[in-house]
Ligand binder design. Structure first.
Ligand code: SAM
Length: 248
């Protein structure tokens, strides 16, 4: 059978693609792309002209069936998304899980990912982090997601749309307090790449200070809650709680 390659593409700067990725894209029988017109421009820039087929949120399950049939006939396929690493807040999960179930080889290539790029330069702790993709759009669900960070000691990483970044920071201030540490990474790898770091209140102020600050692509990182980590393991904490309940 053929191989499904998972191929990251640049998140802004077109130099951010590996030599291996370019070779794989030029060698496979089919490139499955989220938006073929968008990706055609990248292929043109790379000087290659692969056969492309669309695979997006709305046709992924049917496409997966077709692609697995082709893979089983010995064809090779590369999966790309509009930017960055496929499956990371992007389509591809149905295809990869079905390939795994069908015994088709899945080979990932390392490459650009906005979350990891942002985290690597934010100056927040990176020993433990949680990636949550996009926050829910509805206010109540968003608030609940943020409430789950009240006692979170790890750094949390979100993707956010420009039209929602201000509302989201407002919600961060309301739910997690003005002082919670926040880093906003904007336009990574592009000409106007910017990092803002400060308290949640300062970040909100910064966004409101200039309409340009709200334009572009964002990764929002929220520092852990200082002091939430008691240094006591969950198991010991549970035991302590049970013992305390027995005290007069
Ligand atoms: N698969 C991609 C990856 O590996 O990063 C993410 C795709 S997701 C649909 C797009 C979101 O990623 C954007 O809304 C933004 O939050 C973030 N993003 C992508 N490129 C970015 C960049 N150059 N700078 C900052 N954030 C970026």
């Amino acid at each position: 059978t053929g191989t499904l390659f998972i191929v990251p593409t640049p998140i802004g700067n077109l130099e951010d693609i590996t030599q291996r990725a370019v070779r794989v894209l030029s060698e496979v029988d089919v490139v499955a792309a989220e938006d073929t017109r968008h990706s055609a421009r990248l292929m043109q820039h790379l000087g290659i002209n692969p056969r492309m087929l669309s695979l997006h949120d709305h046709n992924e399950s049917q496409r997966a069936v077709q692609l697995i049939a082709q893979l089983q006939q010995g064809h090779s396929v590369a999966l790309i998304s509009d930017a960055g690493t496929p499956l990371i807040s992007d389509p591809g999960y149905a295809l990869v899980s079905q390939c795994r179930a069908a015994g088709v080889a899945v080979v990932p290539l390392p490459g650009a990912c906005a979350a990891i790029t942002a985290l690597s330069a934010a100056g927040l702790p990176t020993d433990r982090f949680r990636f949550e993709g996009f926050l829910p759009v509805k206010a109540q669900a968003r608030q609940q997601q943020l409430e789950s960070l009240l006692n979170e000691t790890a750094t949390s990483v979100y993707y956010e749309a420009p039209r929602r970044i201000e509302d989201t920071l407002q919600a961060v201030v309301e739910v997690l307090g003005s002082d919670r540490a926040v880093v906003i990474a904007k336009e990574l790898t592009k000409a106007f790449e910017t990092f803002f770091s400060g308290s949640a209140a300062q970040a909100l102020e910064w966004l409101q200070a200039d309409p340009n600050h709200q334009r572009g692509e964002f990764v929002l990182m929220i520092g852990g809650q200082p002091g939430a980590d008691t240094g006591i393991s969950d198991e010991a904490a549970g035991l302590l709680k049970a013992l305390m309940a027995e005290l007069p």
